[in-house]
Design a binder for this molecule. Structure first.
Ligand code: BTN
Length: 325
């Protein structure tokens, strides 16, 4: 997207009509150039009306991230986290992985209004909408080694789930390894990428994508059941407040993880697990799928399931409720 697209969308963010002529003049561009720039809005999940004699109007008001509101919601954690906002990047996680390797400090957070190539787990893409999703990554450095980060992504999932519950979302749970779900539908996804020395130090880039208010036409493009914050909460906070609260929860969770590892949150995680005690279909990476019962989560974050032939520890796999999902 061009910088002009974002400038024009900021003008249109109030959800009212704005004349093309006035906007073009204020932005110092021709009407044709403005019209070209706004043609990109549907690609970002927006619905834009253009009415002769009235101008342009978005179907709904659009909220951009407000750094002041993020900092306020962060509270004391603002000392440890520095938030940067980009209008558009390919992937906030890709950017922070590169910046982590180049020495960026722990606590660097990059939030994107729009990701053009958001990444999900297992090589999938992450679909989001401008103003309708929250997409950010947080770089965190650990003294403990990369070999001692087992369960980190589960700890992150729990922190994200708690922040969403703090913000009024009802019935928030986690799904192993690190999805955040409501009634078995995905509310948020977590992608944790780690690097560093086996014995330490190490670093993690924690990427979080939250479905905030997903337009229907975007939901149709997602290949699994999803839900958004607007559906789960009577009075959802702004995306900025949600981001601040989430970062505060993440900072607390990551600090606890540094000292006690996954043990710091294992009990809580177990209580939050929507699939605890359930019969599930397990799809391991390359081996054949099988049915099992979810028994527990191990100290290293592996899922412990019971099968006809005994207990199995799953380090990575996909699970789904048997018979549906
Ligand atoms: C998943 O459930 O598959 C994980 C999704 C993680 C998406 C977030 S959005 C912000 C960050 N940047 C990315 O490219 N991915 C993560």
């Amino acid at each position: 997207m061009s910088a002009l697209t974002f400038q024009a969308l900021r003008t249109l963010a109030d959800g009212r009509f704005h004349s093309g002529e006035d906007m073009a003049r204020a932005l110092g561009r021709s009407r044709a150039t403005l019209s070209e720039a706004l043609k990109l809005a549907p690609d970002m999940g927006l619905e834009l009306f253009s009415v002769r004699g009235k101008g342009y109007r978005l179907s709904e008001p659009l909220e951009f991230i407000d750094l002041g509101a993020v900092r306020e919601a962060l509270g004391p954690a603002a000392d440890r986290i520095r938030v940067e906002v980009a209008d558009e990047v390919d992937s906030t996680s890709s950017r922070l992985v590169a910046r982590g390797a180049a020495g960026s400090p722990s606590g660097t957070c990059l939030v994107a209004e729009w990701q053009s190539a958001g990444r999900g787990r297992r090589g999938r893409s992450w679909v989001s909408a401008l103003g309708g999703s929250l997409t950010f990554s947080l770089l965190w450095r650990f003294e403990r080694g990369a070999g001692h980060l087992g369960g980190l992504s589960l700890a992150v999932g729990a922190a994200v789930a708690k922040a969403l519950a703090d913000c009024g979302a009802a019935r928030v749970q986690v799904k192993w390894p690190n999805d955040v779900v409501v009634d078995f539908r995905k509310l948020a996804g977590v992608l944790v990428e780690t690097s560093g020395e086996m014995q330490g130090p190490s670093l993690a880039v924690v990427g979080v994508g939250v479905n905030y208010r997903l337009p229907e036409r975007l939901v149709d493009r997602i290949d699994q059941p999803v839900v958004d914050v607007a559906q789960c909460s009577d009075s959802p906070p702004s995306r900025s407040v949600l981001l601040g609260r989430m970062l505060a929860r993440l900072a607390a969770g990551l600090e606890a993880f540094e000292t006690r590892g996954f043990e710091s949150v294992r009990e809580e995680w177990r209580a939050l697990h929507a699939y605890q005690g359930r019969r599930v279909r397990v799809v391991p990476g390359r081996e054949a799928p099988f049915d099992a019962e979810v028994l527990d989560v191990a100290p290293d974050g592996a899922l412990v399931v019971g099968t006809a032939t005994g207990r199995v520890h799953l380090a990575s796999a996909e699970i789904s409720l048997r018979g549906k999902d």
